[in-house]
Design a binder for this molecule. Structure first.
Ligand code: NAD
Length: 249
């Protein structure tokens, strides 16, 4: 069994991740972590486990543990300080980190396994691969634009997924920055639409998450990868490639 801590356990994603880990055959929930000052005893938030404040993260760490983080970018420093105490592996779903925070994450990953993805659904990694292919085959003259829509509580803008997809296109196409338009509307879980137009025609690709459960789909394999990997900062593409190698090998 792989011991797992959910960092951000009170959040919209954290609650779903907790359920997912508890329903898994090979993951064992050993800790639930929240913001400083919000700790609770067993039975108050979870029937068996305490809700541990971030500054007591070290209390729930154990050898071989993987910490799944879905919080806010501001929580990163406390997470890295705590996780380092037990050389914990990390799976980071939080988005919106700035350059300095990403540098700290890369430093941590130089000595520990870290998987980081702005989107753990099945469809978004496929959309990313499609965009890389389209960047090679769409004739010159097709203008791209991206529209991303999320619920009104989402903090980062544009979304982490929109940034990841834009970089995938821009790196392959080499025609500069893709215009990205962000909408924050009601309870929309997450939509990313790419539109390509020239004077004669339009091509549209949309990924739509029906619920937050879509973002749980890649997590178990990311956790297994982080538990087995050596130090380094891996993406969901690395996780998927490792799965394909083990199926064919
Ligand atoms: P949320 O606001 O519902 O939950 C965030 C939780 O983090 C809150 O419960 C808060 O108490 C907790 N938190 C804040 N600071 C903390 C700290 N210092 N220590 C411990 N806990 C802390 O948000 P959400 O909708 O669950 O999303 C969380 C993050 O995950 C966001 O960055 C979001 O963009 C990202 N996200 C990523 C994916 C993906 O597939 N990678 C999918 C959905 C959301």
């Amino acid at each position: 069994m792989i011991p797992v801590i959910v960092h951000g356990a009170e959040g919209r994603m954290g609650r779903l991740i907790t359920e997912m880990v508890e329903a898994s055959d090979d993951l064992q929930l050993v800790g639930l972590v929240t913001e400083v000052g919000r700790g609770r005893s067993p039975g108050e938030f979870h029937p068996r486990l305490p809700l541990t404040p971030q500054d007591r993260l070290a209390d729930v760490l154990e050898p071989g543990v993987v910490v799944i983080d879905f919080t806010s970018s501001a929580a990163l420093d406390g997470l890295l300080d705590g996780a380092a105490a037990a050389d914990a592996s990390l799976v980071i779903g939080t988005t919106g980190h700035d350059e300095e925070q990403l540098r700290r994450l890369r430093d941590y990953a130089a000595a520990h396994p870290v998987v980081m993805a702005s989107n753990f659904s099945v469809g978004i990694p496929v959309l990313r691969l499609l965009l890389e292919k389209l960047a090679e085959i769409l004739p010159p003259g097709f203008m791209p634009a991206q529209v991303e829509t999320h619920h009104r509580h989402k903090l980062d803008l544009p979304s982490g997924t929109a940034r990841t997809l834009a970089h995938a296109w821009e790196d392959r196409r080499g025609e500069g920055t893709v215009p990205t338009h962000s909408l924050r509307l009601g309870g929309v879980t997450g939509e990313h639409t790419w539109i390509f137009s020239d004077d004669e025609e339009t091509l549209v690709l949309t990924h739509r998450a029906h619920s937050r459960r879509a973002f749980l789909r890649g997590l178990p394999s990311a956790v297994r990868y982080a538990a087995a990997a050596g130090p380094g900062l891996a993406t969901m593409e690395d996780v998927l490639a490792a799965g394909e190698r083990s199926e064919t090998g």
